[in-house]
Design a protein around this ligand. Structure first.
Ligand code: AMP
Length: 688
């Protein structure tokens, strides 16, 4: 069975399309509810979810995961539950497995495929992480679609007769989305979308909790927010009070903490006043979107309310005051997103039968027109480029925000062949439309490789951004003069991107010269693997950009010998490496390498290959400290009985392995070479 899943911040729902009635239906959970709290609780190795996890949270249980969707795609976010670390993607995977398992039990059918909804403003990482979570939960994820679009689909299914423009005001538990859609006999076309994923019902709960804590503190002189258990209890009571205020004019909250008990009456008027700034924020986002779409409130035929938080009466009056129209209550605010996803799922299942929906229409079952659904990009996407006058880097927008998807844009890039090291150039993907690169989110670094350089001075590479129907961007590249499709791989973003603020030409000169000293252990114990060590050293050299790199070779055994002073001559370097021979004991090579580098005002690296313990290793560590002070990078690699902790102390680059085995030595040295190239190139390869 195929389903639509609304994977919400606070609640999640599953729906399927019932072919008999031509409508989507929500699969209720064991409790008969449409929505299941998106909460997990780990308890002695057992995983609780949904209502049970929410109850455990209420009882002050630790090891609770809630609101993790707010951190989706954020690699730095890790939640520790019972001593184990989880990313938001891991937590979503576990939750989805449970959610699907329960839905399968309820309908008695296996669920295989799904359309999963995401907030419209989710970026690449967040969408990919959501998709992966679905796949890791065992589902074939047909696609991700935007939550407000899904809601509009559910709402619009039986309103395809006219030609109306709606603003979808979607205020959920943790997120706010605003979307303008055109619903007509041609289908559903999204015109524009915007949102804030740090704004949702939870913020209303928090405001109320702050207010009540303030009253409690006035009365008893201490802050209940500082006590974890009281905080959970208070937040739950505030959420309930908030819901009650959707039905009546006042309610009360009782809270006990530290042996004291307070009871506070909360009127709707007070609640509205303390949360007014949150409502204003939604107005700002609505009006910004109208401006971006060149519209004003007069162009809007109705405001469609979606998301549990739109039950708050303040939302109704606010929307009415803002839009001068009564809000439209066309859909069940909790179910609309899952229902829309289920419809999309049904449409996707009949992709290859263009008449399917037409024939259903003639049979009297309301359904979408042949034109179907057109969604848009929530963010502009650009790439890092150099201004024509070479004064600075800028964000060259490839795809504007609110462009219908899927879409592709290709732009040529002029490259300076001399600077395409190893036939490569970098593409930095920026999200946003600001001209200054760092005013946007730097999403990804892609490396385009395989550019043919021979005999060319300038090369034009066509760079294409594809925005697929899941809202995920892919980069492709083609060399124009030979029509060769180039390989594109994604690389880790450098930590320091401040160079994007510098002048490209200053970077150019700063990026070039590098000196690398290769120190090979030739002590007796290396006897069995010296040939492999030679191969590894040559591999390292082959990965370097020899147009700007000098390489020196040192061997160390009982004595330390500088076999080759820094040179760019590949033949001499390789010949020297080939002639390495085995000697006696192991003197430390650091002092010699450090002295050798004293005269070079370049980027400097010391690369070491060793298999054991050195004489005078204390002195080596002292020299290593001096190197660090002078900005010399040390990459030490050990095999055999080499000591990991010593090599780590010696190295200046923390995130690299310092141990390898004989069979992986060559590839490990290839990686070291790449590390040197990327560390000594501060800008965009190829562009200048
Ligand atoms: P959603 O993510 O769309 O399921 O929205 C869940 C949010 O809606 C949570 O913050 C709930 O506290 C809130 N909510 C649910 N029912 C009500 C209600 N009757 N009045 C106010 N807020 C509600």
């Amino acid at each position: 069975m195929k389903v639509g899943i609304d994977l919400g911040t606070t609640y999640s729902s599953v729906a399927y399309f019932d072919k008999n009635i031509g409508k989507p239906v929500v699969i209720k959970n064991h409790y008969g509810h449409s929505g299941t709290p998106s909460i997990l609780c780990m308890n002695n190795g057992e995983v609780f979810y949904g209502e049970e996890a929410k109850e455990l949270q209420e009882f002050g249980e630790d090891n609770i995961a809630a609101f993790y969707k707010r951190n989706m795609g954020d690699e730095s976010y890790k939640l520790v539950l019972e001593g184990k670390m989880y990313s938001a993607e891991d937590l979503s995977t576990i939750f989805l497995k449970k959610l699907i398992g329960e839905a399968e039990e309820q309908i008695g059918e296996k669920i295989t495929d799904a359309v999963i909804t995401v907030p419209a403003y989710f970026d690449n990482y967040q969408r990919s992480a959501t998709k992966r979570a679905g796949e890791r939960a065992g589902l074939k994820v047909l696609r991700t679609i935007n939550e407000p679009t899904a809601a509009a689909i559910a709402f619009g299914l039986d309103k395809l007769f006219g030609n109306n423009i709606y603003l979808v005001y979607d205020l959920g538990g943790g997120t706010f989305d605003v979307t303008i859609v055109n619903i007509s006999s041609d289908g559903i076309k999204v015109i524009g979308t915007d949102g804030d994923h740090q704004l949702g019902g939870k913020d209303w709960d928090d405001k109320l909790a702050d207010y009540v804590a303030g009253l409690f503190s006035d009365e008893f002189g201490f802050n209940i927010l500082e006590e974890q258990e009281s905080l959970y209890e208070l937040l739950l009571k505030c959420e309930n009070a908030k819901k009650e205020l959707s039905e009546k004019e006042k309610t009360s909250i009782s809270i006990s903490s530290g042996g004291e008990k307070g009871k506070y009456v909360i009127t709707l008027e007070v609640f509205n006043a303390i949360t007014d700034s949150l409502m204003e924020r939604t107005r700002q986002l609505c009006e910004e979107l109208l401006r971006k779409c060149n519209m004003d409130w007069f162009d809007i035929d109705g405001v469609l309310l979606v998301g549990g938080s739109t039950r708050m009466t303040m939302v109704h009056s606010f929307v009415k005051e803002m839009s001068k129209k009564d809000p439209v209550f066309g859909v069940n605010v909790d179910e609309a997103v899952a229902l829309g996803a289920a419809i999309q799922c049904e449409i996707d299942s009949h992709d290859d039968e263009p008449d399917y929906f037409f024939s259903r229409k003639t049979a009297g079952i309301p359904t979408l027109g042949a034109a179907g659904i057109v969604d848009v990009t929530a963010h502009a996407l650009g790439r890092l480029q150099v201004k024509a006058d070479r004064s600075r880097f800028f964000n060259d927008v490839m795809i504007k925000e609110n462009t219908p998807i899927p879409c592709s844009v290709t732009k040529p890039t002029l490259l300076n062949a001399r600077n395409c090291r190893e036939g490569e150039t970098d593409v930095y993907v920026l999200q946003g439309a600001n001209d200054f690169p760092l005013d946007n989110t730097v999403l990804e670094k892609h490396v385009v490789s395989g550019i043919e350089i021979s005999g060319r001075k300038e090369i034009v590479v066509d760079i294409t951004y594809h925005y697929d129907r899941d809202g995920i961007v892919k980069v492709e590249a083609m060399q124009q003069d030979n029509q060769k499709k180039l390989d594109v791989r994604c690389e880790m973003l450098p930590n320091d991107l401040s160079w994007m603020l510098e002048s490209p030409d200053v970077l150019k000169s700063a990026a070039l010269p590098v000196t690398v000293v290769i120190c090979i252990d030739t002590s007796a114990s290396m006897n069995g693997c010296l040939n492999q060590a030679k191969r590894a050293a040559k591999k390292l050299v082959s990965t370097l950009d020899m147009s700007c790199t000098n390489v020196a070779v040192i061997s160390f055994e009982t004595k330390v010998s500088v076999l080759l002073n820094p040179t760019k001559d590949m033949n001499r370097i390789n010949t020297t490496i080939n002639r390495l021979t085995i000697g006696g004991g192991t003197e430390e090579p650091m002092t010699t390498a450090y002295h050798l580098l004293q005269n070079y005002a370049t980027e400097r690296f010391i690369v070491i290959l060793t298999d054991g313990v050195w004489c005078n290793s204390d002195r080596a560590l002292q020299v290593s400290d001096s190197c660090k002070k002078d900005g010399i990078e040390i990459l030490a690699m050990g095999i055999g009985s080499a000591e990991e902790s010593f090599l780590r102390q010696l190295s200046t680059i923390d995130d690299m392995n310092v141990l390898t085995d004989v069979s992986s030595m060559v590839s490990a040295f290839g990686n070291i070479g790449q590390e040197i190239v990327s560390r000594s190139s501060t800008g965009l390869r190829g562009l200048f």
